[in-house]
Design a protein. Sequence first.
Length: 476
Amino acid sequence: MRQLPVLLAGLTFSLSAFAASADQWTLPIAVKKLDNGLTVIVTEDRSSPTVGVSVVYKVGMRLEPKNRTGFAHLFEHLMFQGTPNAKKGVFDTTITAGGGRNNGSTRADYTNYIETAPRSALEPILWLEADRMKTLDFNPATLKNQQDVVKEEIRVNVKNQPYGGFMWIDIGQHAFQKWENNHDGYGSFEDLENASLDDVRAFHRDYYGPNNAVIAIAGDITPAQGFALAEKYFGKIPARPTPKPTDFSEGLNTAEKRLVQSDALAQVPAIAAAWKMPPRGHRDQAAMAVLGELLAGGDASLFYQGLVKGREIALNVDSLFGLTGPFEYDGPTLLTVFALYKPSSSADAMLKAIDEELAKVAQNGVDDATLKRVKTRMLANWNNQLESFINRADMMAKMQVMWGDANVVNKVPGLIEGVRSEDIQRAVRTYMVPTNRTVIDRKPAAMLAAPATPAAAAAPAAGTTPNTAAPAGAAK
């Protein structure tokens, strides 16, 4: 029996923490929108005297200013650098001194700030979050410092790493057509250095108002208490106009894209193959989520068994959905398969093997036992991540931002369970086709410089061009 929401004084409550089905865990979710537009979500759980808090702003890499690539991520760092009321360091020490922890991250469709701490620290956390929602300590020294910090992060995570994030940054730069979707979300050094204090002030003014944010609180608190505290600390912050977003929607690709990149740090070649996903909320979204797990989710997956164990041409196989998960996006994203492969093989051999495995699924579907195993693993992972209050609050806030409905947290298990073999077959035939595919073959520089061997002499596809530029980066 499904939980039916009850509308009471503008609040939406889920009546029970448990669904009728013994194997379905349903979170109680209460939602209220304050007069200034801030959406507040509370889920009560008295099992521990702790709380998790997440504040999610509806801005990410897709909405950052042109010629300011990486600005949304830079701004995330600046949010920890103090305000006129709480100087640099106060935010972190207030939370960690009481046994808590905090973090933040930037993705294509959102920027989130998360904390967990004992219940007694909740009011200081809310005061600090409201304080930096009002304003920041805008000064040139802080800006310069964080520009340098982000640049060093890019060096450590991308430029000085083998493969340099090509499977989650470079691939999108070639798969997408629109600037909002294909630019470097970590940012070029030139763009980061050119960011000014006026840019910072404008970004905070335009995107960090209460009407562009969601706050979720999970743990040892009742909905009434949570809403009262949100009103106390955030209620008097005035709403601010938010720029109208551009149209960043894109259809599926109609021609395969192939390119080769050189990597001075890599020891063996690697390949990334990415297919555009259906839009958020599309009937095929859940099928693609299950398909990603079926193809590359662990050692029992089809690609691992077929390419690593069977044909013995790959060294490993993994997959990812953009920079988030298969249910956590609100604009164009990719299902990307990434693998290191043996130098005695080739990208063409890898793609041939991938297409052969996909053809089997398209033709024969998925047997019941395999489908059950894949779903069970996905459901276990979904529920496990919601065990901690900090993750629970964060997922609810993100779902409210992207889906307009925090209760999607409770709906995802049903979406997964509802996927049938024929749904996966349809997804393979619609999305996992060469015309919707973008491929990067990342080769060690020494391998490209050496004379081609018969095993690796297959020429790149038409239109392939070498790319030896340093790869772009991503948010922490």
